[in-house]
Design a protein around this ligand. Structure first.
Ligand code: FAD
Length: 482
């Protein structure tokens, strides 16, 4: 049936809250139809609920997107409910004949989208989906035998072999936006922001949600920190990583745009830094590849040998970990950074996760859930794949028997203790020699720093050496039983 070019196209935004390098938007623009930009707060897709920290981010990101659309003469329409019902209502009210969106790759999201496409097509609506959230479709990169990759290095090689990703698309400078939109819900009525208490008050010091903030972050990273990235990225006290993760999580910037920004820099930035950074972007691709081919990544051990592992039910230990009160300064600094800024440095995420899983022997899924609720960059693929990586139960994971010593890790990666001092104020007065092992400091040193162990700062909640032996014994029992 011939379509009427004056009938609107609905541009359904999801985790792609940007105008730049947005293939669905570009296609809607090129169709010449008036565009209805829509965001749906979806009811019950089967996906894990939006975490509280990311809800804060979403609020500001939607505001920013609305602002960008306003500059082009339009508004973002907000609606909530089952996506199919919402779309059908808007189609009926606006006479739209097409719905475009960018693909998402979390399994519940995929299931919803397949159903919607099917239903809309039955109604002769032009329902089209596009790529761009990843560099490559997860179904495209496969091993020679047609199986999914299980190991990162061959995955990376395959990704390299496919050649440079397509150059990103610039945002259209003008948009023909539909002038008459159906009534929108108000963002405030969604209550995405915390109120009493406003635990997100410090987030604004660090973050600027929205695509402009993402572009600025990318620009300053490439300018100031890409040179030296490979070496510096492991030191949490340095501002040495891009901090693009929350922007990527809600799609305020595309991986192709990030990749593109690292092109043509070889005169100024060592190739090793550029490659290393691109390899991290490829870890994100690999995590999505795993999630796509193993939909239960966040809920089940990828390696089912771990199904028999005897996790401990340690409510007090979990509480101490969550609150950053374990008595191990690097772990506590990380957990407090997470609470304060909704983000934690990658090296410290690994140390904190290892502590929960191995020192406390608490199920990695509890840690995954806490991170999902508190990270502004909570990502269904990266979070699940990373937790399983630390647990040893994941694809190409760190072996279980490699157990981080939180004191030695702290001393290696935060040698002067600056990171700990920034996030654990009660240890601020302690000299570098003891900052990662306050429990070994002589009383006179503690007195001078104003620290009373067990009162102003906790004693270690476990003895690391003993906890390590306990974890290894449990692991051996699981392995022997398998
Ligand atoms: P950069 O070093 O600047 O890297 C650039 C981008 O590459 C990141 O933004 C991210 O998209 C990707 N990347 C970097 N490292 C990894 C990695 N190990 N795995 C997958 N992608 C990576 N990352 C998330 O985006 N969301 C999460 O929910 C998440 N949970 C994690 C949980 C644990 C236990 C661990 C150990 C890691 C987790 N990560 C997660 C991965 C990593 O810690 C963050 O992506 C990174 O710290 C973000 O900071 P950045 O943007 O400055 O990273």
């Amino acid at each position: 049936m011939a379509k009427d070019g004056s009938k609107p196209v609905i541009l359904w935004f999801r985790n792609d809250l940007r105008l730049d390098d947005n293939q669905a938007l570009n296609a809607a623009h090129l169709s010449g139809r008036p565009v209805i930009p829509l965001f749906i707060r979806e009811a019950e897709t089967g996906a894990a609920p939006l975490g509280a920290a990311q809800a804060w981010w979403l609020h500001h990101s939607l505001e920013a997107l609305d602002g960008s659309l306003l500059k082009r003469g339009g508004r973002l329409l907000l609606a909530s409910g089952q996506a199919l019902e919402v779309l059908c209502t808007i189609i009926r009210d606006s006479g739209a004949e097409a719905v475009f969106w960018n693909r998402r790759y979390d399994p519940p999201g995929i299931a919803v989208d397949i159903r919607i496409k099917h239903e809309l097509e039955k109604q002769a609506i032009d329902a089209r989906s596009f790529g761009g959230q990843l560099l490559h479709e997860p179904s495209r990169l496969m091993t020679g035998s047609g199986a999914p990759y299980r190991v990162y290095t061959p995955f990376w090689r395959a990704l390299e072999k496919t050649g440079e990703p397509k150059p990103p698309l610039d945002a259209p400078s003008k948009l023909r936006l539909a002038s008459k939109l159906p009534a929108s819900e108000s963002l405030a009525s969604w209550k995405l922001l915390p109120t009493k208490p406003d635990w997100a008050r410090d987030f604004v010091d660090l973050w600027t949600p929205g695509e402009e903030g993402a572009q600025e972050r990318l620009g300053s990273f490439v300018e100031e920190a890409l040179d030296g990235y490979k070496e510096n990225r492991d030191y949490p006290a340095k501002q040495a990583t891009s901090m693009l993760s929350p922007h990527l999580a809600l799609g305020e910037i595309s991986p192709a745009r990030i990749w593109d920004a690292t092109r043509g820099l070889s005169r100024r930035v060592p190739a090793s830094d550029i490659v290393h950074f691109r390899k991290e972007i490829a870890w994100r691709e690999f995590s999505y590849h795993l999630l796509f081919h193993f939909p239960r990544l966040a809920s089940a051990n990828w390696n089912d040998r771990f199904d028999g592992f005897e996790w401990r039910d340690d409510g007090e230990g979990f509480e101490a970990w969550r609150r950053g009160m374990t008595g191990y300064p690097i772990v506590d600094a990380g957990m407090r950074q997470l609470w304060r800024h909704g983000w934690m440095h990658n090296r410290v995420r690994m140390i904190a996760a290892s502590f929960l899983i191995k020192d406390l022997m608490i199920d990695w899924r509890r840690g995954e859930a806490w991170f999902r609720d508190t990270l502004v960059d909570a990502d269904p693929a990266n979070n699940a794949a990373s937790w399983q990586w630390v647990a040893g139960s994941g694809a190409d994971a760190s072996p279980f028997f490699r157990i981080f010593n939180p004191v030695l890790q702290g001393e290696k990666f935060d040698p002067a203790g600056d990171y700990v001092r920034a996030h654990v104020p009660e240890l601020r007065g302690l000299a570098a020699k003891y900052i990662h092992r306050p429990f070994e400091a002589p009383k006179s040193v503690l007195d001078e720093a104003g620290i009373i162990l067990g009162q102003t700062y906790p004693e270690p909640i476990v003895d690391h050496a003993r906890a390590r032996d306990r974890a290894l014994a449990a692991y051996k029992a699981t392995r022997d039983a398998a």
